[in-house]
Design a protein around this ligand. Structure first.
Ligand SMILES: NC(=O)c1ccc[n+]([C@@H]2O[C@H](COP(=O)([O-])OP(=O)(O)OC[C@H]3O[C@@H](n4cnc5c(N)ncnc54)[C@H](O)[C@@H]3O)[C@@H](O)[C@H]2O)c1
Length: 248
């Protein structure tokens, strides 16, 4: 359907990305899921189609620029245009202090979280440019603005994402393409469970004022609002949805 809005969700096979996919479909969007997890991504797209929603899965490693380009091209081929994107693909680091951190840990975190985000923004913006319309959310983290123990690579990658978002927003503002960062607080997803397991400090009580975990659905709702027309004057912002973590 050419008049149905279409969005890409990277990392859409799990956690915050999956909740974003489900919320977009509920709000009437067609969605293309880009993820390395083929089994979960295909299953989600299939379940959405079975319930009469519009969804496709395109296996995408965001570290591979050609794969990201293909994800965007296939979205436009399938739905005629790209109206929104939520880039949620991300990895935690293994949880060691900087003096013990390996180059491999640094590279993985920065390749997926930052270099992959650059490829996504670049090709999504190119697809939106001819229509002078579109909105993108980069899923960042409070770690982009405050220090987390044993997480130097992760903090650096997310601070990089926030900088990338501000600069990209400036380059695209006059073209009516909005780019913002969502900084989710601690949200109970497989990634968070892995991070806690390797960095026990993260599981300490009362690290943030609201003293409970966020849900993937709360993050999905925020991301979908940010790419909706209700947020039409918002660009270059890094918005925390974090139970007060960054305020404290
Ligand atoms: N969960 C939290 O507490 C929390 C807090 C702050 C920020 N975040 C950020 O939210 C985003 C989503 O995290 P989540 O908690 O939903 O994690 P998750 O592990 O549930 O989901 C991440 C998804 O990204 C995919 N992925 C990983 N590497 C990829 C790659 N190279 N290419 C394509 N897809 C890839 C995974 O397969 C998975 O489906 C991440 O960017 C994360 O840094 C999460």
């Amino acid at each position: 359907m050419k008049d149905q809005k279409a969005a890409i969700v990277t990392g859409g096979a799990s956690g915050i990305g999956q909740a974003t996919v489900e919320r977009l479909v509920r709000d009437g969007w067609a969605v293309v899921i880009g993820d390395v997890n083929e089994e979960a991504g295909e299953a989600l797209a299939k379940a959405i189609r079975a319930a009469n929603g519009q969804a496709l899965f395109v296996r995408t490693d965001v570290r591979d620029e050609a794969a990201v380009e293909t994800l965007v091209r296939r979205t436009v081929e399938a739905f005629g245009h790209l109206d929104g994107a939520v880039n949620s693909a991300g990895v935690p680091q293994s949880g060691s202090p900087i003096y013990d951190m390996s180059e491999a840990d640094w590279n993985l975190c920065n390749d997926v979280n930052l270099r992959g985000m650059f490829f996504c923004l670049k090709h999504q913006i190119r697809a939106m440019w001819p229509n002078a319309h579109g909105a993108i959310v980069a899923v960042s983290s409070p770690a982009g603005v405050k220090a987390l123990a044993n997480s130097a690579a992760y903090c650096a990658s997310k601070a990089g994402v926030n900088g990338l978002v501000r600069a990209a927003a400036l380059d695209c503002a006059e073209r009516n393409i909005r780019i913002n960062a969502l900084m989710p607080g601690a949200t109970l997803t497989p990634l968070a469970q892995k991070a806690i397991a390797s960095a026990p400090l993260l599981s300490a009580k009362k690290l943030w004022p609201m003293d409970r975990w966020g849900t993937p659905e709360e993050m999905g709702a925020a991301a979908v609002w940010m790419i909706s027309d209700d947020a039409s004057f918002m660009t270059g912002a890094c918005m925390a949805v974090d139970g007060g973590m960054t305020a404290a």
